[in-house]
Design a protein around this ligand. Sequence first.
Ligand code: TGC
Ligand code: FAD
Length: 391
Amino acid sequence: TDQFQHHDYLNVDDLLTDEHKMARQAVRDWIKAEVSPIIDDAAMRGVCPTHLFKELAQIGAFGPSLPVEYGGGGMDEIAYGIIMQELERCDSGLRSMASVQGSLVMYPIFKYANEATKKKYLPKLGAGEFIGCFGLTEPNSGSDPGSMSTNIKDAGDHYVLNGAKMWITNSPVADVAVVWARDEDNKIRGMVVESGWEGFSAPEIKGKWSLRASITGELVFEDVKVPKENVFPDIKSLRGPLSCLSKARYGIAWGAIGAALDCYDSALRYSKERSQFGKPIAGFQLTQKKLAEMITEISKAQLLAWRLGTLANRGEATPAQISMGKRNNVMMALEVAREARQIHGGMGITSEYSVMRHMANLESVVTYEGTHDIHLLITGMDVTGENAFGG
Ligand code: TGC
Ligand code: FAD
C-alpha cells in the first residue's frame, strides 16, 4: 500500500473540489504513517486496532457530512464518500469502524434522539472517546429485519429490553449501542443503550476469515432497563434503521472503489515487474484483458459514486439508487480483487500483498448492509413496482 499510485483514468479528480482533495490527502497521509505499517499484522492476528478510533476522529472520519455542532465534519456527501474510499483502500475493516460510528450510530442519534440525548452522546462519539455499534440483525432476522424479536416493554419511567442481536460490528468494544426493538404495539423503535448497564453483554464472534481487523460480536439483553429519554421519540417503523443504512450504503459504494484501486494498482505494478516466458506478464493479452477490464469497471464505479454524491448533496439520492451503487461497486471490487489475486500468482495469497486481504474482506461487504441479491430485488421492485421479497 505504501507505494500506491493514484489511478484516475477518466480524470474524475476534475469533478472534485480542493476541499475533497485535501480531505483525501489527510486520510492518505495518516494511513501511510499509522495504519499501513500495522494492518497486515492486525488482520493476520485477527485483532482490531482499537487505538485507531481516536485517530479516526482526529482525521474527521466520523460523520464527515454531519454538522460540526453535533460532532460531525460539516462537509458535503462527496467528501464523506472520498474519505470512505481512502479508508477502504487500506482495509474494509478500517472503513467499517468509521461507517458504523458515523452513519449508523452518530447519524441516528443526530436525526432521531431528543436534544439531551444528542448532547450526552454525540460529542464523545465524534471525538472517538466513545465507541458505538448498531444492532439491527438478529440470529433469525438478517435480510428480513422486520421479523425481529428483540423487544421493549413499558415499565413506568423506563423500558425493559430483552433479546439478542448478531453480527454486530464493534459490539464487544462498544460503549453505546443503537438498538432496534419491537414495542408492545408491534412498532420498531430505536434507542441508545449503554454497555455498562445491567443485563447487557456483547460476546465476540470468533473465527472470521474476513474483516479480521474489525471486531464483530453479539448483543445480548437480559432485562436491561432503558431510560425513556434514550428511546427515539418519533420514529416507529423500519424507516428508522433503513434510513441509517441508506447513509452507510452510500459510503460503501465509494469505499469499495478504494479496495478495487489498491488491488488494481498492486496487480498493474506486479505484472510489469514479474517476467515469465522471457517477458513481463503485463505483455500477455490475457493479463491485459484483466487489467483493462479492471480499470474500465473502476472508472464506471467512480462515475456512479460521484453521481450519487451530487444527488445526495441535493437530498435527492433515493434509497433504490443507493442500492444500485452499493451492489454494483462492491461486486465490482470483489471481482477486481479476485482477478488481481490471480495476476499475483502464488505471491497473491501471502500478506506481502494486500489483494487476498481485500478479497476476503469484500466477501463480508457483499453480504452486510443488504446482500447483493437483496439490493437486486430493491432495484427490481423500483423498476417494476412489484415486491418480490416475501411470500
Ligand atoms: P419495507 O416495507 O420495504 O420498508 C419499511 C419502511 O422503511 C422505508 N424504507 C426506507 N427508508 C429509508 N431508507 C431505505 N433504504 C428504506 N427502505 C425502505 C419504507 O418506505 C417503509 O417506510 P414506512 O414509513 O412505510 O414504514 O420493508 P420490508 O420489511 O419489506 O424490507 C425491505 C428490505 C428487504 C429491502 C429491507 O428490510 C432491507 O434492506 N434488508 C436488508 C437488511 C440490511 O441491510 N441489514 C443491514 C444490517 S446493518 C449492517 O449490516 C452493518 S455492517 C456495517 C459495517 O460494518 O460497515
Ligand atoms: P440471510 O438473510 O439469512 O441470507 C442468506 C442468503 O439468502 C443470502 O444470499 C441472501 O441474499 C438470500 N436471501 C434472503 N432473502 C432472500 C429473498 N427474499 N430472495 C432471494 N434471496 C434471499 N448487522 C447489524 O445489524 N449491525 C452490524 O454492525 C453488522 N455488521 C456485520 C459485520 C459482518 C462482518 C457481517 C458478516 C455482517 C454484519 N451484519 C451487521 C449483518 C448483516 O447485515 C447480515 O449478515 C445481512 O443483512 C444478511 O443477513 P444474514 O446473514 O442473516 O443472511
